[in-house]
Design a binder for this molecule. Structure first.
Ligand code: ADP
Length: 449
């Protein structure tokens, strides 16, 4: 039985995990850096311990120190949240060796899915369709040119160790290849410490569709339907919703079964997400697997009425899945907006400071997951996400109307937020009629600023 959970994270996700612990009567143990002394997660947790100085490398990314503390405070389990150490297989290995339960998949599964080319190879072997391209890193320019020509331009050069929308370069022609390859490899080396890149066909105007899966340690798998995350900026999600209005029941059946196939291929357990690109002809291709809880998990919780974080804890304890596939249904529609401290008109630059006013919004269908309160600091050191607004409605129109209403009520002072950006998106025809694809923001919003 898990009685004490150390949460190796901060912000809204630490707060979200604390809520799950409280409902399960589990003691929540927060860690915090010197920059986060006034943070909400520190105040809300049952216990909180200073882990180190503000830079993440010395605090939230300090593997040894976190495990040492977990042992000292007698934590039974560690929940990594998302980001930071959540997909670091070396950290998970250390946790496994320490005898503490890791609330997530095994280090072996994370390792298998961590490298993009290895994941593509594994998927191919297991009949999961992948974006056309290579399953090995490109070793030199001539070889790359030959492959790119065979696949057909435009192509993408992608970092094998890439993540967070970084390490991707679109190449339109043979003339551009050499320069693009040199830039892509040096960028990858700088950002991820690994210069290897591989080639994927560039899918024109696709949708990003992902499937939430859950699996226990007894070999039971299920899916919690799909999310659509096609509103993106620089390949990072801006709005997420569930279900997708782009796919029909037939594709839903295929894509969710394919996701389970993908999870089985790496002997997965706990919560995970399989991401796909869907092209104009409704063909879908495996993009990657996120071997952790995702930022956008609440939209799935809202349409299924199922608590993913509590289930993660039960799975980690060794329990069997608490529901069956046939008991799950899609109920209504949910949308999530990520509220960031950023100045949209100033090239989305981060805004830092102290929150001087925080007037929450509520009412029918509105859920807020937040990492801030009045007087919280928004430091420069971490991701500037302040909160997530999730709106549920009996259909998409109602969810959108509720989201618009909630955003007009939500007031945050002390930092600049991206709330006006969401108001703009939610009034666009392409968003309302569902015709948007991953290039919508780049094509329509960026030219305005
Ligand atoms: P990361 O791991 O950095 O998040 P992903 O491989 O998951 O990278 O891709 C992130 C986003 O980049 C996708 O949702 C999509 O918008 C875009 N993208 C990635 N690969 C391709 C591709 N082959 N063709 C077109 N767009 C792509």
């Amino acid at each position: 039985m898990i009685k004490r959970i150390l949460i190796a994270n901060r912000g809204e996700i630490a707060h979200r995990i604390i809520k799950a612990c409280r409902e399960l009567n589990i003691t929540s143990i927060a860690i915090y850096s010197e920059a986060d002394k006034n943070s909400l997660h520190v105040r809300r947790a049952d216990e909180a311990y200073l882990i180190g100085p503000p830079p993440a490398n010395e605090s939230y990314l300090n593997k040894e120190k976190i495990i040492e503390l977990a042992k000292k405070v007698k934590a039974d389990a560690i929940h990594p949240g998302y980001g930071f150490l959540s997909e670091n297989y070396e950290f998970i290995e250390l946790v496994e060796k320490s005898g503490i339960i890791f609330i997530g998949p095994s280090s072996a599964s994370v390792k298998l899915m961590g490298g993009k080319t290895e994941a593509r190879t594994l998927m191919k072997q297991n009949n999961v369709p992948i974006v056309p391209g290579t399953t090995e890193p490109i070793s030199n320019i001539e070889e790359g040119k030959k492959i790119a020509k065979e696949i057909g331009y435009p192509i993408m050069l992608k970092a094998v160790s890439g993540g967070g929308g970084k390490g991707m370069r679109k190449v339109f022609s043979q003339q551009e290849f050499e320069n693009a390859f040199n830039l892509a490899t040096s960028e990858s080396k700088k950002a991820f410490g690994n210069s290897e890149v591989y080639i994927e066909k560039y899918i024109e105007n696709p949708k990003h569709i992902e499937v939430q899966i859950l699996a226990d340690k007894h070999g039971n798998y299920l899916h919690l339907f799909e999310r659509e995350c096609s509103v993106q900026r620089r390949h990072q999600k801006v709005i997420e919703e569930a279900p997708s209005i782009t796919i029909n029941e037939n594709i839903r059946k295929k894509i969710t079964q394919t996701a389970i196939q993908a999870a089985k291929a790496c002997n997965y357990y706990n919560a995970g997400t399989i991401e796909f690109l869907l092209d104009k002809n409704k063909n879908f291709y495996f993009l990657e697997m996120n071997t952790r809880l995702q930022v956008e998990h609440p939209v799935t919780e809202m349409i299924t009425g199922f608590d993913i974080v509590k289930e993660q804890i039960k799975i980690a304890e060794g329990k069997e899945l608490s529901i069956k596939q046939e008991d799950l249904n899609i109920f209504g529609h949910a949308i999530e907006c990520r509220i960031y401290a950023e100045d949209v008109e100033n090239n989305f630059s981060p805004s830092t400071g102290k929150i001087t006013l925080h007037r929450l919004t509520s009412g029918p269908g509105i859920r807020i997951e937040r990492g801030i309160d009045v007087s919280s600091d928004v430091p420069i050191y971490y991701d500037p996400m302040l909160a997530k607004v999730i709106a549920w409605g009996s259909n998409r129109e109602e969810a959108i109307a509720r989201m618009k209403r909630a955003l007009s009520e939500y007031q945050i002072c002390g930092v600049i937020t991206n709330i006006p950006f969401y108001k703009w998106i939610l009034s666009q025809e392409e968003f309302l009629d569902g015709s948007f694809d991953i290039n919508f923001i780049e094509n329509k919003f960026i030219p305005l600023i």
